[in-house]
Write a protein that binds this ligand. Structure first.
Ligand code: IPM
Ligand code: MN
Length: 339
């Protein structure tokens, strides 16, 4: 099932997945190759297509294999032929939860529509709790009296480790500014835990300036005044929604990258573009590989390959157009020209 492709270097599990996933990952691996960084990659055939073939989504045995790697690079998973939720919960969320990838780090830089000045901010999305955990259930399904509940789970530990990570990140940036985004005016139990934790941890970071925005207001600011943000910390669902908007105001979802991190390094972290498998354009060679390449840059950075990570990011600054392969070739050329 797993095939080993090379001999030395960081051990990376590669999950191309479905749709455009394998196409964009091939370009990301090409560009990493251009930096001279050596990876020992192992391909894992997982995703909707695999599920349809033999029923495996992510078995405990495969998960145990994945734990042995330094990092996981993922293209995109999901196909329209598989019921919604099955691959998302069974593969992507299972990896996030089981590998304790509690930080979803999503940077956004670009010039929002209608603006002339570029913005540069990072969303730190809590990645293991909130409404994603699957708390709740259904009663009397399919009847007029059906009841469905889906609770948001927020633990003191889970909130604190996320908030602390965000403060630590803000401290390393030039503006040293952190905004908590929540909905404390309505979600009074969860919001109170987030706000109290934010205030308490913030006392240890007197060099970091703080702000608070309700999530609905943050949506307006993302469009009208994105420059106010430096680092944002928020819960899992708000972070999911906000980061699609972040992508939309920062050059589009084709360039939005993400890192699913276990900062304790008790296992591998996982790196993936924010976009999905885009089955409508799969196989046409037109998908933008930049989001996958920038996700690979996060991976290199996390693996300690800081210089190579910067080379990838620099090579993606000037936009490139053309086919998936042509964009990958051009970015690889820029990387090589820079060495
Ligand atoms: C994302 C995606 C996932 C999420 C889906 C595919 C489960 O939208 O990574 O943002 O909701 O987290
Ligand atoms: Mn999303």
């Amino acid at each position: 099932m797993a095939t080993n492709n090379s001999v030395a270097g960081h051990r990376v599990a590669v999950i191309g997945g479905d749709g455009i996933g394998p196409e964009v990952l091939a370009e990301a691996l090409k560009v990493i190759g251009a930096t001279g960084v050596k990876l020992a990659t192992t391909n894992f055939d997982l995703g909707g297509a695999r599920y349809l073939r033999d029923g495996e989504v992510l078995s405990d045995a495969t998960l145990a294999e994945l734990r042995k790697f330094d990092a996981i690079l993922l293209g995109a998973v999901g196909t329209p032929d598989v019921p919604p939720g099955l691959i998302e919960r069974g593969l992507l969320l299972k990896m996030r939860f089981e590998l304790d990838l509690y930080i979803n780090r999503r940077p956004f830089s670009g010039t929002a529509p209608g603006h002339t000045k570029p913005h540069d901010f990072v969303v730190i999305r809590e990645n293991t709790e909130g409404p994603y955990v699957g708390e709740g259930g259904v009663l009397r399904r399919g009847t007029l009296d059906e009841v469905a509940t889906q609770g948001s789970v927020n633990t003191a530990k889970g909130v604190e480790r996320c908030v602390r990570y965000a403060f630590e990140l803000a401290r390393t940036r030039s503006r040293k500014h952190l905004t908590l985004v929540h909905k404390t005016n309505v979600l009074t139990f969860a919001g109170d835990l987030w706000q109290r934790t934010f205030d308490r941890v913030g006392k240890e970071f007197t060099d970091v300036a703080t702000a608070y925005n309700h999530v609905d207001a943050a949506c307006i600011y993302f469009v009208q005044d994105p420059h106010r943000y430096d680092v944002i910390v928020t819960d899992n669902l708000f972070g999911d929604i906000l980061t699609d908007l972040g992508g939309a105001v920062s050059g589009g979802i084709g360039v939005a990258s993400s890192a699913n991190l276990n900062p304790t390094r008790s296992g591998p972290s996982m790196f993936e573009p924010v976009h999905g498998s885009a089955p409508d354009i799969a196989g046409k060679g037109v998908a933008n590989p930049v989001a996958a390449i920038l996700s690979a840059a996060h991976m290199l950075e996390f693996l300690g390959e800081t210089k190579a990570a910067a080379m990838l990011r620099d090579a993606c600054v000037e936009p490139v157009s053309g086919s998936t392969v042509a964009v990958g070739d051009e970015i690889a050329r820029r990387v090589k020209a820079n060495i």
